[in-house]
Design a protein around this ligand. Structure first.
Ligand code: SF4
Length: 123
């Protein structure tokens, strides 16, 4: 029998979850709703997170633009994805929702601009 504890991040209630594995079966206690049960099982077997960060942009009104993943990324790939994005440079203008990176680090997830940014000469 193995047991791990997590805090559910699916809503602000932050329920304290305990996931117990017995003979390959997972049980979740402490969840205030079904979402928490699902979250606990996912955290135990394959934890994933949305990725938000910034990317360097040339000719923009700011030096960096905020970006967000359009899906969850396996937690063990997050550092690799962040390192990749740290080395990226995009060109202004950019519209909110534009795909700036496709299939980041082989995850199948797109990285999109989470805001628009004009070219500095277009202001
Ligand atoms: S278990 Fe349900 S109620 Fe509790 S934090 Fe998660 S989503 Fe919210």
């Amino acid at each position: 029998m193995a047991e791990k504890e997590f805090v559910c991040i699916a809503c602000p209630n932050s329920c304290k979850l305990t996931v117990t594995e017995t003979d390959g079966e997972l049980t979740v206690t402490g969840a205030g709703c079904k979402r928490g049960i699902c979250h606990g099982k996912n955290e135990y077997t394959n934890p994933k997170r949305m990725l938000t960060t910034t990317v360097a942009i040339t000719h923009g009104i700011h030096p960096r633009i905020s970006v967000v993943s359009d899906g969850e990324i396996p937690r063990e790939k997050l550092a690799e994805c962040l390192e990749y994005l740290y080395g990226c440079q995009v060109q202004a203008p950019v519209c909110r929702g534009d795909v700036l990176v496709s299939d980041i680090c082989g995850t199948g997830v797109y990285i999109r601009a989470s805001r628009s940014m004009k070219k500095i000469n277009d202001i």
